[in-house]
Structure formats: structure tokens, C-alpha cells
Design a protein around this ligand. Structure first.
Ligand SMILES: Cc1cc2nc3c(=O)[nH]c(=O)nc-3n(C[C@H](O)[C@H](O)[C@H](O)COP(=O)(O)OP(=O)(O)OC[C@H]3O[C@@H](n4cnc5c(N)ncnc54)[C@H](O)[C@@H]3O)c2cc1C
Length: 393
């Protein structure tokens, strides 16, 4: 079998692997090879709703989302030519009385970190969502600079940017073996060759434990199925939803898709654990009907909406639904970037930067990467959210 050497091998060509490869290559880390078993963005990234917001409960996650927003706003320059298709529609987090204090707390924390966000009272919401029947909504967080983007554009932007700095991006190139010797040096076997490298980055998303198993490891992360739907949805008077919304009381998130379509997902209320190589990639009718019922509560005209398409895709979750960004405690050259659940798209630019810093210097203090350490689960020091695990705010 052919032999290769590299300074780092990144496993997985989703938005995470491509962002990490880009940052390593740009910083001159050396010979970078990214292996993607299928095509770029063929995993969770390609099925993402790609919402971008800063509303989180933790300092470091807010900092990561904010840093990433600045990258999305200037993505062409940031990625040396990529197109993010960033639609800066604004973002509302609707809160009922039970969520008000938590949402306000998140807004205050974000403001203290320099994020443009504010709490708006119920009567001001109609300025942004004139179609909404507010029912039990008491107010909202409003982020004027948030929105959504194109996950394929962003991921291939990172991949192309990485290539410009000399990285090799291999598609249709599964990693089929990983062995570390007692000095931590790795032999990565692919469908084409064997690569000797001191640094392996496992960025294989929901496949993290299939890749980990190649070297006899296992990480606290699971694959679950997440569904999204797109409806043809124009109100009786031609009204359209033109902003991104997370609706706390109905537990739906939605955003425009083109002019007349509305993309809608729902909090993952009961996780459906799946084999990432064998799960239902279509939407369930039960899910569609539930979305219809919940959405009509907020927008009565939605009763006339027609399902345009839907799909099932993968989240990779950890016990606190927050990422693992770390190296293996016994193999300092084995890096793990996984467990992105519903955050991975919006955080990808910052995660690429932080992982590159971790790989090159051994740490990253701002945002503090140690919040995402592997050992937090054994220590019982899980990350917390005012929303619990579903929306992961
Ligand atoms: C329906 C849905 C909606 C979402 N909405 C949002 C949202 O609004 N905002 C947000 O921020 N995030 C959202 N997310 C989450 C976000 O999309 C993910 O967190 C992110 O895309 C994960 O990226 P990743 O690179 O870690 O994983 P992936 O994109 O899954 O990439 C992993 C890659 O590894 C490859 N791979 C696996 N095994 C091997 C192997 N042996 N060798 C080589 N390659 C391998 C896979 O083919 C895959 O391409 C959503 C996700 C879903 C499913």
C-alpha cells in the first residue's frame, strides 16, 4: 500500500473538519490532509438549518458565536474567496413567563460581552413578526445581526481556502484504520494509502465512535436523528415570515427559505438514537402534523401551508448537548472535535480557530476551550442552559 506523511490528518469533511483544516493550513502548520469518506458537507452539515444566533447561556459559547458571526459577515475575505450566503434577517427568541428570566439573563450576559442583542417587550414584537399571534409570549430577545447561511457554501469555502494554503482535501476517501504507537505517532489507513502523522483530528461528527473504535477508543457522544421540514407558507394577505425565530413556548425554530417557503424544525423532545449508517432520512408524518399544529398556534394562517419537503439527518450529542473540543488524555496527538448537536454550523469559524490554537500551542484561553474538555462528564461538571437540552441556548 502507498505510504504518505503529514503533519496533521483531519478525519471528516463537514463544516468542522474543513474549518479546522483551513485554520491549520493558513497558520502554516505544515502538510495537512483532510479525508472525507463521501463528499464535503455530506453529513449533518448538508442537512443543517444553518441558523446563526448568539443566544447562549455560557460565556465561552456566546464568545464563540459572536466571533463566528463576524466571520460570516465577511466570509469572502475571512475564507479567501468563499461564499456564505449569509442572510442577516435578525433573530427572535420568543419567551413565555417561564422563560422570561432565563432569556433576559442570557441577553444581559451577551451584552456584557459586547454582543448586539436586547430584550424587547411583547408589544414591540409585532414590528418584527406582524403575523404572530402572541398568546402567552411575554417578550423576546432580539438580535439584529443574526440570521442564516448556506452550509454547503461555508464548508466548501473553508475547504477551498485550506487548499489555497496547501492542504489536501480528499473526497471519497474513508479512513478505515487508525493506530497509535507508544510514542503517540499515528498510522492512518485510508482506502488509498497509509499516512504517518503525529496529529489526528477526529472531526467525524455523528460517526465519532465508529472512527474512535478503529483505534480502540470510545467518547461520550451518540448519534440521534433530527428532522426538518419546509412548507410553502404565505399568509392570507400575502404575509411572509422574514425573520428567524426560536419560539420557546411552541419549541419550534423557523426561518425563511427563499421567498415563499418556510423552514421549520422542532426541539429534539425525545432523542431517537440511531446508527449513523442506517437511519430514516425522510420526515415522519407524525412530526409534520405536530409541526403544523404547533405553528398554527403562533401563526393561524399557517393552516393553509403545504409541505414542500422534509428530511431526517443526524445530531451528535454529548450528555450536556455541548461539544467536546479536546485531545485524548493519554494520546496528546489525538484531537477530538465532536458533539456539536444543534450548534455546529454557527460555531464553526470559532471552533476551527480554537482547535488550531489547541493543536499548535496546547491550549486556547479566549474563548476558553477547557469548558469543552472531555473529562467534564466524569467530573460531573456539565455545561448548563436556561432551556435544558432541547434548544441548547
Ligand atoms: C436538521 C438539522 C438542523 C440543524 N440546524 C442547525 C442550525 O440551525 N444551526 C447550527 O449551528 N447547527 C445546526 N445543526 C447542527 C450542525 O449542522 C452540526 O452540528 C454540524 O454540521 C456538525 O458538523 P460536523 O463537521 O461535526 O459533522 P458532519 O457534517 O456530520 O461531518 C462529519 C463528516 O465525517 C465524515 N466521516 C464519517 N466517517 C468517516 C471516515 N471513516 N472517514 C472519513 N470521513 C468520515 C462524514 O461523511 C461527514 O461528512 C443542525 C443539524 C441538523 C441535522
Amino acid at each position: 500500500m502507498a505510504q504518505e506523511t503529514a503533519d496533521a490528518v483531519v478525519i471528516g469533511g463537514g463544516v468542522m473538519g474543513c474549518s479546522i483544516a483551513y485554520q491549520l493550513a493558513k497558520r502554516g502548520f505544515g502538510r495537512i490532509i483532510l479525508c472525507e469518506r463521501d463528499g464535503i458537507a455530506s453529513g449533518s452539515t448538508g442537512g443543517s438549518s444553518a441558523l446563526i444566533r448568539m443566544h447562549y447561556s455560557n460565556k465561552s459559547t456566546i464568545q464563540m458565536a459572536w466571533r463566528s458571526l463576524l466571520a460570516f459577515e465577511e466570509f469572502e475575505e475571512y475564507s479567501e474567496g468563499g461564499q456564505a450566503g449569509f442572510m442577516q434577517t435578525g433573530y427572535l427568541v420568543l419567551a413565555d413567563a417561564s422563560l422570561r428570566d432565563g432569556v433576559k439573563k442570557n441577553v444581559e450576559l451577551a451584552q456584557s460581552l459586547g454582543v448586539e442583542t436586547r430584550w424587547i417587550e411583547r408589544e414591540d414584537i409585532s414590528r418584527y413578526a406582524p403575523w404572530a399571534q402572541l398568546g402567552d409570549v411575554v417578550g423576546a430577545a432580539y438580535e439584529p445581526r443574526s440570521g442564516y447561511a448556506d452550509p454547503h457554501g461555508v464548508t466548501s469555502g473553508f475547504g477551498e481556502g485550506a487548499k489555497k494554503s496547501g492542504a489536501r482535501i480528499r473526497q471519497n476517501c474513508p479512513v478505515i484504520g487508525v493506530n497509535f504507537d507508544n510514542r503517540g505517532q499515528a498510522r492512518v489507513e485510508t482506502s488509498r494509502d497509509v499516512i504517518e502523522t503525529p496529529v489526528v483530528v477526529n472531526a467525524s461528527g455523528a460517526w465519532v465512535n465508529k472512527v474512535a473504535a478503529l483505534s480502540g477508543h470510545r467518547f461520550p457522544a451518540e448519534a440521534i436523528r433530527e428532522q426538518d421540514t419546509v412548507f410553502d407558507a404565505v399568509g392570507r394577505d400575502g404575509e411572509r415570515v422574514e425573520i428567524v425565530v426560536y419560539d420557546g413556548p411552541t419549541r419550534l425554530y423557523f426561518r425563511p427559505e427563499g421567498r415563499d417557503l418556510l423552514l421549520i424544525g422542532r426541539d429534539n423532545i425525545e432523542p431517537e438514537y440511531v446508527d449513523p449508517d442506517n437511519f430514516n432520512k425522510k420526515e415522519d408524518m407524525e412530526f409534520v402534523l405536530d409541526v403544523l399544529e404547533r405553528m398554527q398556534r403562533r401563526w393561524p394562517d399557517f393552516e393553509n401551508a403545504k409541505l414542500f419537503r422534509g428530511w431526517g439527518c443526524l445530531y451528535c450529542i454529548t450528555p450536556d448537548w455541548m461539544p467536546i473540543l479536546d485531545f485524548h488524555p493519554e494520546i496528546p496527538g489525538y484531537f477530538i472535535c465532536t458533539g456539536m448537536s444543534g450548534h455546529g454550523f454557527k460555531l464553526a469559524p470559532a471552533v476551527g480557530e480554537m482547535m488550531a490554537e489547541l493543536i499548535m500551542t496546547g491550549s486556547c484561553e479566549e474563548p476558553d476551550i477547557s469548558d469543552y474538555r472531555l473529562t467534564r462528564f466524569d467530573e460531573g461538571d456539565l455545561m448548563q442552559s436556561v432551556f435544558g437540552t432541547g434548544f441548547q441556548g
